[in-house]
Design a protein around this ligand. Structure first.
Ligand code: ADP
Ligand code: MG
Length: 796
């Protein structure tokens, strides 16, 4: 298994004492940097001048071994080494060391860069002295207290920012983690051992206490607390201090005091006092870091490198300070330390600022900006002379108004929807969608009321319907020629019978075709039978007049051929009622159903007839008016003539001389005569047309009544087996049945019943059954009579 597999997220356990360090959100990638390496030589009276030499720029150390001394000490033949470094600190004060090694790193931490300063070297070479210094002597204080001092000093110099400082102090001994600040009363002993946790924000130590310090003094107290614990622990736990790594971490978080700045930075400074290098030989990662050939650094191999994983190399400023002895006796270890330092010098890092965003501030800033933009809009509106436009989210009433606008727009009662603002446009589109889906639902539910809709994907339902024989395999309704149904349906009883195109022929069309030459011969009937409105027309009185003597003609032009007997639609008729409906009621039904087409043609023809009659009467009026004018003109002319005769006639070469007035009257009369003739001709034509129209209207009325009676009897009286005989191809053609015979069917009985009801019902409801039975008997009697008549007619 690869040790450096993807970092695992820490479980949501108890609260973390350690601030996560962010590696995310790093911005402003700096240029690539090398690890800064310095060497600090521990002051000694016995400095090996002949063996250790510094370069003129103080940036290199040359080591020279005498031949005799190196036998048995160094295996190779090399006697001279030169190490390039960033600086050699010889007899340097703590102050100078800090200035050289740490100052920049700490300064940059306040700008958001992580920094790591490590002291490496042989036990006793001065690592702890360099890092912590002496706690008794202020002058000899080390990097840790100085770094804290610098941080607080810089905070004071940056009043524009609210900067918080936290510290933690971790000791790693024998691969175990110890919190050097856990002895503080408010921390308490850790229940669970600390663990190193990696998450997308970085690496942190779960269980390590992190302490907020608002001033220098607090920070120093924490430092001393930690140092004391180091010493005590080394005694009580019998620790060998040279084997422990100590990591003092300063966490910085800087928020701008300018609230509009929602960015903030975080950083941490790791100050690492490593275990003696003679013990470090085998602990891989620190060594591996300096190994250029190694691409893979086994950070997690030991706790130290794991804990510092995001602080070694990578995006932080990194300093390695190598502490060496200056004595010849320690040269072997010194050489080894310098080798490591020079290797580390080659490691590159890419420091970057850890920039984050304050979500709360961002929301506040956006709110502010929003308010500002609204004000701006209001100014724009008033400048553009726009009436108060509201940019707030819409309430229910406003949305309902838009919905109604959209509906009116779709209906066509609203020509356009005024654009007010973006929000309103969005709501208009939204309401379009709402209205559309409502309409879809309405259409579907309307269809459901009328038809049984089956989901095309519902195979079980389809096969059930197929079994019932209602649909073919393609899901089309049986008997539906185009099969363009949207679903499966059952045609309701009221559906119109199939129409032939010729059945739609109206009077106009007939008039323009061969109709005229037939020569309209039927007399104009003065009686108009209004079948569309007045029910009294179908009561016995009218029946006596118009209906009874009607004969059926032109059956071949029928638009109402009965449906084929095998049509499934025929089978869907509801059962017959025990009592037939009154004829006027049935007639209304008939006109809406089977008789709708002939009724339509009848009404159309009638309206044309009426129109022609109106024209004829207008023409007659005009003719009369012309006639009167002619009479007046004639009289005037006669008067002029008599005047002329009285005055004596003038003749000139056989021509009569008349005055202008008489001449104008003659012209007028001539003109009137011409008009009269034209109008008279028109009237004659119109009369012929009226005659013809009357004929067609009569025919239509006959047809309508005839068909109605056939339908009425079929529907309520004639047994089904006889109906088969009456159908085309059957033994009896309905067109040959004398209407008067069929008309007699039921009608008398029905009328009698109606009359009876009026007379008898006051006797009480119990009488109804009695009279019903009576009516039925009479109906049956009538029926038998009619059937006999039918058979006689057929025989003829
Ligand atoms: P390390 O931590 O590397 O094992 P120490 O820092 O404990 O070594 O140093 C060992 C001793 O040497 C200490 O007593 C320390 O005070 C002293 N010492 C180390 N470096 C210096 C120095 N530059 N100046 C004065 N004393 C030093
Ligand atoms: Mg030490």
């Amino acid at each position: 298994m690869d040790e450096e597999a993807a970092p695992k997220r820490g479980k949501n356990g108890p609260k973390f004492h350690c601030l996560p360090h962010s590696t995310q959100g790093s911005a402003r990638m700096g240029t690539r940097k090398k690890v800064h390496t310095f060497v600090r030589v521990k002051p000694t009276d016995d400095f090996a001048h002949e063996m250790i030499k510094y370069g003129d720029d103080n940036k290199s150390i040359d080591i020279h071994l005498k031949k005799d001394t190196r036998r048995g000490v160094v295996n190779n033949q090399q006697t001279d080494w030169s190490f390039k470094l960033d600086g050699v600190l010889h007899n340097a004060s703590q102050d100078l060391v800090y200035e050289t090694v740490a100052k920049d790193v700490v300064a940059q931490a306040l700008d958001g860069y992580n920094g790591t300063i490590m002291c490496y070297g042989q036990t006793g070479a001065g690592k702890t002295y360099t890092m912590t210094g002496t706690t008794e002597n202020y002058k000899h204080r080390g990097i840790l207290p100085r770094a804290l001092q610098q941080v607080f000093r810089m905070i004071e110099e940056r009043p524009t920012h609210a900067i918080t400082v936290r510290v933690s102090y971790l000791e790693i001994y024998n691969e175990s983690l110890f919190d050097l600040l856990s002895t503080l009363p408010y921390v308490g002993p850790s229940v669970t051992p600390m663990t190193i946790v990696e998450n997308p924000q970085g690496v942190f130590i779960k269980g390590l206490s992190v302490h907020l310090t608002s001033q220098e003094e607090d920070a120093f107290s924490l430092l001393f607390e930690g140092e004391t614990n180091r010493v005590i622990a080394s005694h009580t736990m019998n620790k060998n201090s040279s084997r422990s790594h100590c990591i003092f971490t300063i966490y910085v978080e800087a928020h701008s005091r300018t609230l509009s700045d929602e960015k903030y930075i975080t950083s941490k400074i790791n100050l690492v006092d490593l275990a003696g290098s003679e013990r470090l030989g085998k602990s891989g990662a620190i060594i591996a870091l300096g190994d250029q050939k190694r691409e893979h650094i086994p950070f997690r191999q030991c706790k130290l490198t794991h804990a510092l994983k995001d602080s070694l190399g990578g995006n932080c400023n990194m300093v390695l300070l190598t502490n060496i002895y200056g004595e010849a006796a320690q040269l072997e270890e010194t050489l080894s330390s310098l080798r490591f330092a020079s290797r580390m010098k080659l490691v590159t890092t890419e420091p970057a600022i850890n920039e984050k965003y304050d979500a709360e501030r961002m929301v506040k800033n956006l709110e502010k900006e929003l308010a500002l933009l609204k004000q701006e809009l209001a100014i724009h509106d008033s400048l553009a002379n726009r009436t108060l436009v509201n940019y707030d989210p819409m309430d229910e009433i406003q949305i309902a108004e838009i919905n109604s606008q959209v509906r009116r727009y779709l209906e066509g009662t609203l020509d356009e929807i005024d654009i007010i603002n973006l929000r309103q446009i969005q709501e208009v589109f939204n309401q379009f969608r709402v209205v559309l889906s409502q309409q879809e639902q309405e259409v579907e539910s309307a269809l459901r009321r009328k038809y049984t809709l089956i989901d095309k994907n519902d195979f079980a339902a389809i096969s059930a319907v197929q079994k019932a024989g209602l649909v073919d395999v393609d899901g089309h309704l049986v008997g539906e020629p185009d099969g363009q149904g949207f679903g499966l349906g059952v045609t309701p009883f009221s559906a119109k019978p199939g129409k032939k195109s010729k059945s739609k022929k109206t009077f106009k069309e007939q008039l323009s075709s061969s109709a005229r030459k037939e020569g309209a011969s039927s007399p104009v009937s003065g009686k108009e039978l209004d079948v569309s409105t007045s029910k009294t027309q179908l009561t016995p009185s009218s029946k006596e007049g118009d209906v009874k003597d009607m004969t059926i003609r032109e059956r071949e032009t029928s638009s109402l051929e009965p449906l084929p007997s095998d049509s499934p639609k025929e089978e869907l008729r509801p059962p017959r009622p025990s009592t037939p409906p009154p004829k006027p009621v049935a007639f209304e039904d008939f006109k809406n159903e089977r008789g709708s087409e002939i009724n339509r043609i009848f009404k159309e023809n009638k309206s044309i007839l009426n129109e022609r009659r109106k024209r004829a009467s207008e023409t007659t009026q005009r003719i009369n008016a012309i006639k009167r004018q002619m009479d007046v003109t004639k009289e005037a002319l006669n008067f002029q003539k008599s005047l002329r005769e009285k005055q004596g006639e003038y003749e000139n070469k056989g021509l009569m001389i008349i005055d202008e007035e008489e001449f104008l009257l003659i012209l007028k009369l001539k003109d009137l005569k011409k008009q009269y003739r034209t109008e008279y001709q028109d009237l004659r034509d119109l009369r012929a047309e009226i005659q013809y129209c009357q004929h067609l209207v009569d025919q239509c009325r006959h047809r309508l009544l005839t068909e109605f009676d056939i339908w009425y009897n079929e529907s309520f009286f004639i047994p089904e087996d006889l109906q088969v005989a009456l159908k085309p191809g059957g033994s009896i053609r309905p067109g040959m049945v004398p209407v008067s015979r069929i008309m007699s069917l039921g009608e008398d009985a029905q009328d009698k019943f109606s009359q009876l009801q009026q007379v008898v019902l006051p006797e009480g409801p119990d009488s109804v059954a009695f009279y019903n039975a009576k009516v039925k008997t009479e109906q049956k009697h009538n029926y038998l009579k009619t059937m006999m008549g039918l058979q006689q007619a057929h025989r003829k």
